[in-house]
Design a binder for this molecule. Structure first.
Ligand code: OOB
Length: 542
């Protein structure tokens, strides 16, 4: 098994410790400390369940014993694919307690993605809930296991069929290991996947805890705060910006919302007196529209965070009037850097910018294509390094070569400009992914799936501006032989075992792709040209 590593140069690590960013806290340790201080405070609410901090810790310890009783040993990787249910927390903190390493998959991921994560991480176990939103995860687990016998255990929350029910695992009698060093990798996050398949992001206890503790401070979280997770909690935004972990660190209450529809979310805001939540721009639009006619009292909501994709200033300007709360723009990435507008920033800053970095030691460089710093205020490529931005992906030398500069900056692929106050404005991006309502889709990954179809000669996938999703995906396809039906081609891609959001929204058949006199144009230029031609012919609706 490959060792999990994430490290910073010694002098910087010493600096981050001296500055008090890295305090030696661990993922399980911080929760245990909270529970010692306030055992009877409610930590998490989901469906009919309400667990106190004390109960959550007890359950996590019981699960830790259960996982170790299966023969898993500290350091082994466990794929966790759970929806917004309280067991997400008890399982994940149980894994932390056992020094097992969660790999966070989204509920939307399917066999191809799970198998890829399992292979790359060399995972030995997989935890799912029996069903969620009419999808049976046992069917998925069966498919993945048949491809990957190394995935020794499948643990199911609910009716387990041939797998291991979480409930049946022993809850004691297995010695638990001592706390890990805080510089250890605590878990693997999944990258948005701008090129090819998603990469695995090793985050340490030190760096991640710093990011969500500081985020909780920026967001004013405290014991009286009620944080609602409306997006899938496995995503970095609702997990740590400040997310469920930041809320627990601050001693707040977490409400797990099963679906982000305004109906469900507003009812929970009213019932649980939610004070802060986070959404992606398309949901913010939907919520603003629904607020006009809702019968629910959402006046407890003080802060609406919006991030994951660019929130148009015109929409941002309407948040306060329609939802009666402060907007906070959040521009972050699972690799590290997160920027926030501050709650007391002038309205213009909140509406027009994507915020400024968490840490005084976040280093931000904005450069041109040749890596030279641009003139202040001008747009350029965003490079960053700092106390919670990774220096390397796990088990992916090629991606590391592309994604990090020799002096350790992460190439975000985002094109931004910076105001004189250090606030970033996202202008676009250099990479070829599609940001579909905050879900990142790699053009290359989808092209490869399309090319696997016998009637596809070539394919180029591009992003098209979309009034609701922000961007949607459009596949330009050259067929060979008989042209397949659009619906059949979409079904084919879906059938390859992919998250539904990756199935092209639109397919356009073309006769050929443009080449230049000197030969083939680059994929990048080809995608750009196709997008431009398409937009000329099909103006985007307002
Ligand atoms: C968040 O994380 P990821 O890893 O799914 O995606 C990161 C990418 C960024 O590089 C950028 O391209 C885009 O998503 N993005 C935004 C944005 N927030 C993220 N683009 C424009 N405006 C924004 N506000 O998406 C993420 C992680 C933590 C907190 C928030 C979002």
């Amino acid at each position: 098994m490959l060792e999990l590593k994430q490290s910073w140069p010694d002098d910087l690590a010493a600096q981050y410790r001296a500055a008090g960013y890295w305090r030696g806290e661990t993922m399980f340790g911080f929760l245990r400390d909270r529970a010692l201080r306030a055992p009877d405070t409610i930590a998490v609410v989901g469906g009919p369940i309400r667990w106190t901090y004390g109960e959550l810790v007890k359950r996590a310890e019981a699960h830790a014993a259960g996982f170790l009783s299966l023969g898993l040993v500290p350091g082994e990787r466990v794929i966790v694919q759970l929806p917004n249910i309280p067991e997400f927390l008890s399982v994940v903190f149980g894994l932390f307690r056992a020094r097992l390493v969660p790999v966070f998959a989204l509920p939307a991921h399917r066999a191809t993605e799970i198998a890829h994560f399992a292979l790359k991480a060399e995972a030995s176990a997989y935890v799912v809930a029996e069903r969620h939103e009419d999808f049976d995860y046992r069917v998925l687990a069966r498919e993945v296991r048949s491809q990957l016998p190394a995935l020794r255990h499948v643990v199911v929350i609910g009716e387990a069929q041939e797998f291991t029910p979480l409930d049946a695992l022993p809850t004691e009698g297995v010695p638990l290991p001592p706390d890990p060093p805080s510089s250890d990798v605590a878990f693997l996050q999944i990258s948005g996947g701008s090129t090819g398949l998603s990469k695995l992001i090793p985050r340490t206890h030190d760096d991640y805890i710093y990011s969500f503790r500081a985020s909780a401070e920026i967001c004013g979280l405290g014991e009286a705060s009620v944080y609602m997770a409306a997006l899938p909690v496995a995503h970095n935004f609702p997990m740590s910006s400040p997310g469920i972990f930041g809320a627990l660190h601050a001693g707040s209450r977490i409400i797990l919302c099963p679906s982000p529809s305004p109906e469900t979310a507003f009812a929970l805001v009213e019932k649980e007196r939610v004070t802060i939540t986070g959404v992606v721009p398309p949901l913010a639009l939907l919520w603003m529209q629904a607020a006009a006619t809702t019968g629910h009292d959402i006046s407890s909501l003080k802060v609406l965070q919006v991030g994951g994709a660019k929130f148009a200033p015109e929409a941002a300007a309407r948040v306060r009037a329609t939802l009666g709360c402060t907007l906070q723009q959040v521009f972050g990435m699972a690799e590290g850097l997160v920027n926030y507008t501050r709650l007391d920033d002038p309205e213009e800053v909140i509406v027009q910018t994507q915020g400024r970095a968490i840490s005084p030691d976040d280093e931000i460089l904005i450069v041109d294509d040749l890596g030279r710093p641009v003139v202040e205020g001008e747009p350029g490529l965003l490079l960053t390094r700092g106390p919670y931005t990774i220096r390397a992906y796990h088990n992916d030398a090629a991606a590391n070569g592309r994604s990090f500069t020799p002096d350790g900056y992460y190439r975000t692929g985002d094109i931004v400009s910076k105001t004189t106050d250090g606030y970033l404005i996202v202008r676009g991006r250099a990479g070829d992914h599609i940001n579909r309502a905050g879900e990142k889709i790699s053009a290359e990954e989808i092209e490869d799936h399309l090319l696997a179809h016998p009637a596809v000669f070539d394919a180029a996938v591009v992003s098209i501006p979309d009034p609701y999703l922000g961007e949607r995906s459009c596949a330009f396809v050259i067929s060979k032989g008989e042209k397949p039906k659009t619906i059949a081609l979409k079904a084919f891609v879906r059938g390859r075992g992919l998250a539904e959001f990756k199935v092209p929204d639109q397919i356009v058949f073309v006769e050929r792709f443009e080449t230049t006199a000197v030969g083939k144009v680059s994929r990048k230029t080809l995608r750009q040209n196709l997008r431009e031609q398409f937009l000329k012919q099909t103006p985007v609706e307002a």
